[in-house]
Design a protein around this ligand. Structure first.
Ligand code: ASP
Length: 286
C-alpha cells in the first residue's frame, strides 16, 4: 500500500465544476492520496463571494426572519452538484432545515459551507465522508490536539476519506427535562479564518502521513504576490523558519498555525497549484 498523503484543497481551488474536477483528478491519480480535506467553495468565475462569507451574512439575515443569502448558498451547491452529476437535493433540504433549527448558532451555520463541500466531494469521489465534528476537537476556536489525535485512532488508514476543514466540536452536557441525567451533545466550534489548513495539518500528524499536500490556486510560495506581479518566482524549497518569516510578513498562502502543529513531525509539506499541479511548487520539510 502506498504511503498515506493528506491532500487539502482551498476554497479558491474549489469554486466551481472545473476546480472540483481538477481536484478529483489529482486525488485519483495517486492511491496514496487517501485523506482529503476541503474548504468551503470559494470565489470563482461564476461566484464573486466565498460561501463562508455568504453564510456569515445569512446568519445575520436569519435573526430577522428569512435569508435570501441562504437560498443563494444552497442554489450554488445545487447547481454545482447538477454539473457534477451528483444527487444532492436531499442533503440540501436536510441542511436547510437544520440551519433554520440552529438559526441562533453562528458557528453551526458557518460550518455548513465546509460540511456541504466535503459531502459533495465525498460523493463525487466515491470516498467515505467524515463529519469533522466527530474527529476535530475544537473549543473556543482552539484546536485540542491531544483529543483530536485520539479521535483519529478509529480510522482505517487504508480507506479513503473526505472531511470538511475549519470546524470541529466540543462536548456539552445538558440536563434532560427530568433533571436527573446528563445528556452529551456536541457543539460546533470554528477555527480561525483559513482554518482548513489547520485541519489538514492535524490530520497529517494524527495519521502519520508522509506528505501533506496543500493545494491552492497559485504556484506555491512565491517571492511576491502573483496577483500583483505576474513575474513572481516560486521557492522550490523553504526551511520551516523561512516559511514562518514569509507568513509573518503577511503572505496568506497557508495558515501560520500549521507550522506549530507540523513541527518535528518529519512530514513533508508541499504547497501546490490545483490548476497546474506538480510543476512549480514549494516543499517544506518538518
Ligand atoms: N472557509 C473558511 C474561510 O473562508 C476556512 C478556510 O477557507 O480554510 O476562512
Amino acid at each position: 500500500m502506498d504511503k498515506l498523503k493528506v491532500v487539502k484543497f482551498g476554497g479558491s481551488s474549489l469554486a466551481d465544476e472545473r476546480g472540483f474536477r481538477r481536484a478529483a483528478e489529482i486525488v485519483l491519480s495517486d492511491e496514496g492520496r487517501r485523506f482529503v480535506v476541503v474548504s468551503a467553495l470559494g470565489v470563482g468565475h461564476n461566484a464573486k463571494t466565498k460561501i463562508t462569507d455568504d453564510l456569515i451574512t445569512a446568519y445575520g439575515e436569519l435573526s430577522g426572519g428569512e435569508s435570501k443569502t441562504l437560498d443563494k448558498v444552497l442554489m450554488r451547491f445545487a447547481f454545482l452538484a447538477r454539473e457534477l452529476g451528483v444527487a444532492f437535493a436531499d442533503e440540501l433540504i436536510k441542511t436547510r432545515k437544520e440551519i433554520l433549527k440552529h438559526r441562533r448558532d453562528k458557528a453551526f451555520i458557518i460550518s455548513r459551507g465546509e460540511y456541504l463541500t466535503a459531502k459533495l466531494m465525498a460523493k463525487f469521489l466515491g470516498f467515505e465522508f467524515l463529519d469533522a465534528k466527530d474527529f476535530i476537537s475544537v473549543r473556543n476556536g482552539e484546536l485540542q490536539v491531544k483529543k483530536t489525535r485520539e479521535n483519529f485512532l478509529s480510522l482505517d488508514k487504508n480507506a479513503r476519506y473526505v472531511i470538511g476543514g475549519f470546524y470541529g466540536s466540543y462536548d456539552v452536557f445538558k440536563k434532560c427535562k427530568c433533571g436527573a441525567t446528563l445528556r452529551k451533545t456536541q457543539k460546533i466550534s470554528l477555527l480561525s479564518r483559513g482554518g482548513g489548513d489547520i485541519t489538514g495539518a492535524i490530520a497529517s500528524i494524527s495519521l502519520r502521513a508522509s506528505v501533506y499536500e496543500n493545494y491552492t490556486d497559485v504556484y506555491g510560495v512565491q517571492n511576491s504576490d502573483p496577483r500583483k506581479r505576474p513575474d513572481a518566482q516560486t521557492y522550490a524549497s523553504l526551511s520551516r523558519a523561512e516559511l514562518f518569516k514569509i507568513l509573518e510578513s503577511g503572505a496568506q498562502v497557508i495558515h501560520i498555525d500549521c507550522l506549530k502543529i507540523l513541527a518535528e513531525s518529519g512530514i513533508k509539506l508541499v504547497i501546490d497549484n490545483t490548476f497546474d499541479p506538480h510543476k512549480k511548487n514549494t516543499e517544506v520539510l518538518f
